[in-house]
Design a protein. Sequence first.
Length: 306
Amino acid sequence: MRLKIGTRGSALAVTQSEWIKNRIVSRHPDISVELVRIRTKGDKIIDSPLSKIGGKGLFVKEIEDALLRKEVDLAVHSIKDVPAELPEGLCLAVFPEREDPRDVFISKEYASLSDLPEGASIGTGSLRRSSQLMHIRPDIHIVQLRGNVDTRLKKLESGAMQAIILAAAGMNRLGLSAEITEHLSTEALMPAIGQGALGLETREDDDRTLEILSFLNHRPTELAVRAERSFLKRLEGGCQVPIAGFGIVEGGNIILKGMVAELDGSRIIRDEIKGPDSEAEELGFALAERLLGAGAARILAGVYGK
């Protein structure tokens, strides 16, 4: 038996896919697993902010197309790259246990975000991060930063900025934890939807692949991510607006926190909801409704030009 995994070609994407490959082979030694590297639109356009490129699925569409054409059998995605709406015929079937969902502060000169001097430059390509950073530290300067983890670390080394913000999960998976200066709490910087989690996407009718992968699913991660993605879906969120959400499953319940912010960080609307984990998607929808009623609707309308 053969199984083809569709993956982006970045070091992080390949590392994640290799981890899934090794888990599959360990569990099913009779299966031959091959990685198929696919270049996405988001990988090709690296000189523009994601929010300016437009559209959804910048890092997944080409891989999903390959799935639909049956050129690959599954795709390994960072969940935060996957739009709330999936193409017809595809499903997010398996969610391995989540890595650290936090953002991290990395600097060669300063021990923490609070230690940055007034006017310091901090690099990020994320509107979610930049809006929250400007809310916390309106005195610092945000520098647009794109590229893979290695590229961003080299920009920091060059002295082009005093610090950068990255995801803890990516640093951990690449074996770069020693480079982290400070872990930022999810209260200080609320994570992106699904941050730290992987999602395995397959064709809905591919029962063979679904059965092979089922052992990898981590139910608490699945429930938390489904709640977060329901929240995102109701907000019709994309990379043009700062939206964040983070779910925690404990004792049969989900605590889901959500945020929508003005682009300049001048206003942040936050709320949280708690309920039974059997109602994960309903909780995400309900939290989104709360935020919309509290002013998020106006923010979203302004950003999307509605």
